[in-house]
Design a protein around this ligand. Sequence first.
Ligand SMILES: O=C(CO)[C@H](O)[C@H](O)COP(=O)(O)O
Ligand SMILES: [Co+2]
Length: 214
Amino acid sequence: MVKIAPSILSADFSCLGEELQKIEAAGADLVHIDVMDGHFVPNLTFGPPVVRALRGCTPLPFDVHLMMDDPGSLLGAFLDAGADSVTLHIEACKQPQALLNRLHEAGVGAALSVKPGTPAETVFPFLDQLSMVLVMTVEPGFGGQKLIPETLRKAAAIRQECARRGLALDIEVDGGINAQTAVNAVQSGANVLVAGSAVFGAADMAAAIRTLRA
Ligand SMILES: O=C(CO)[C@H](O)[C@H](O)COP(=O)(O)O
Ligand SMILES: [Co+2]
């Protein structure tokens, strides 16, 4: 079953609570929250107070994608604010194991992400401790970019390694996912599709989500 995680990076920031209610009504499975710090990526978005404020707007799980240097510094704050799963970039983690331990202790989903230039194998040592791997299919930082096709080979390599080890974790792809690119993404092994512009830019969000899922 394919899960759809609309990214609120493409939502109307002047009424985020209502935007969450719209994607919930449209059939979204998760809310993808892109946290950007202006250092790890050249863009700045939401901090823990925004996540906390949104927590009361929908029961949908919050999939928090941390694109920040030193993610440990705000991990506790994002957990307190209501994150249901947290994705850490392997490139930003000096000690991934310590951060994963904190996520396990908090009882939330633990995910690692790889940027387009980072080999899939960098997350292999941690696979048995993860609920999800996020394969970035664009350079992180901005919505509305084109998917980089070669990145899907990494989703396939991670899916193959999981199968070899008998692990059934989620593989999420993020960036440039739309009705066309979703087909190859799912064939490559992804089962969680992040979609920002393809959902929030659609006239009919429910139809956009149905099409992506199909
Ligand atoms: O992490 C991200 C960017 O760094 C976003 O989740 C992603 O770009 C979604 O936007 P779109 O679907 O429009 O590409
Ligand atoms: Co994202």
